[in-house]
Design a protein around this ligand. Structure first.
Ligand code: ATP
Ligand code: MG
Length: 325
């Protein structure tokens, strides 16, 4: 009891000192390499999103005032799966690229994995698309350039296949930055799904080779990128169901992706560069797909360079849903 009291006095003094002297000196901001964070150091602000696996909250660090996103995934798993997850998350923590969301720390407590992530105040591209419906080509090229940089980093520097690239895993902020998140998370889900039965992700953006259970590699992320871009440009998911009532079940969509020709951008609505870029991503044979590096040199990526697209204003003016705290 006494110990707790001393501890709370200490914490009170720390915050008091920070509050009163913040005009004179700034408490040093938390860096991704700081490994001393604990969940008790954060105040919950509000829920900012819900996925299939868990819940994402905006939280504020008590001593520095910094905002973070705290993602909590419920899963009751055994010791070996826990070790595997800890290992995967360590890889995420060491990721250093401007276009990849920083993972500060992760914890396993009471049957849940909690991950402290960089807070992206514009939310996801999925949230943004609900507001704007479609994204014009010049902005899309600027967004794509950043996603490709992040993807190149994951593929070539970290040797990570994302496995779950989709609009909700591309996050944006008021500085006009676009960053990839949740890399490695789906690998964790997959490898533990037998035990935890938690994998209920979407198959929408999954490459044909993955759906059919064949070997897959980095280029299966490129397939997903192609579908995401096409959806952003046209405002709807590129595969439409054969009947008006929608897809009868998930297998019908999976079969279509595997058996039918890939989707393409309508050439009467989009530039030939954009159409060719999409086609370079959604080749059904993964060997024919371009790599992230090759795509960065595709004419679509540089065709609007002289317009000096300002994504910061574009995201802010379009009223991204999370921008206000
Ligand atoms: P799934 O569970 O299938 O992966 P998802 O990607 O939508 O779906 P989450 O990753 O839990 O699920 O994210 C849910 C939402 O939370 C996102 O769409 C986004 O709006 C918000 N979000 C997630 N991470 C952050 C973050 N770092 N900063 C700001 N918002 C975030
Ligand atoms: Mg996600």
């Amino acid at each position: 009891m006494q110990f707790l009291f001393v501890l709370s006095i200490f914490n009170y003094e720390r915050s008091y000192l920070f509050c009163n002297h913040s005009l004179f000196f700034q408490p040093s901001l938390i860096q991704p390499t700081d490994s001393q964070l604990s969940l008790a150091d954060f105040d919950a602000v509000k829920v900012i999103g819900k996925g299939n696996g868990g819940i994402v909250r905006l939280v504020q660090h008590k001593w520095t005032g910094q905002f973070f996103a705290l993602k909590v995934i419920q899963m009751n798993i055994d010791e070996s799966a826990r070790r595997l997850i800890a290992q995967e998350l360590k890889i995420n923590q060491s990721a250093q690229c401007q276009n990849v969301v920083v993972c500060y720390q992760s914890f396993y407590e009471n049957g849940a994995i909690s991950i402290i992530l960089e807070y992206m105040d514009g939310g996801s591209l999925a949230d943004f698309l609900k507001h704007v419906k479609t994204i014009p080509e010049p902005c899309l090229a600027a967004i794509c350039k950043q996603v490709l940089k992040g993807m190149w980093y994951l593929h070539h520097e970290k040797h990570i296949i994302h496995r779950d690239l989709k609009p909700s895993n591309l996050l944006i902020n008021h500085r006009g930055e676009v960053k990839i998140t949740d890399f490695g998370v789906s690998a964790i889900m997959e490898s533990t799904s037998g035990q935890a039965n938690t994998f209920v992700g979407t198959y929408n953006y999954m490459s044909p080779e993955r759906i059919s259970g064949r070997q897959y590699g980095y280029r299966s992320d490129i397939w997903s990128l192609g579908l995401v871009l096409l959806e952003c440009a046209t405002g709807h998911f590129p595969y439409s169901p054969p009947q008006q009532e929608g897809w009868t079940n998930v297998y019908e969509l999976m079969e279509t992706i595997v058996d039918q020709p890939p989707p393409c951008a309508p050439s009467d609505q989009f530039s030939s560069e954009f159409c060719s870029f999409i086609s370079a991503c959604v080749q059904k044979d993964s060997k024919d797909r371009w790599s992230a590096n090759e795509l960065m040199a595709h004419p679509f990526i540089s065709m609007f360079d002289d317009l000096d697209i300002d994504l910061a204003s574009y995201f802010t003016d379009a009223g991204s849903p999370l921008a206000t705290l």
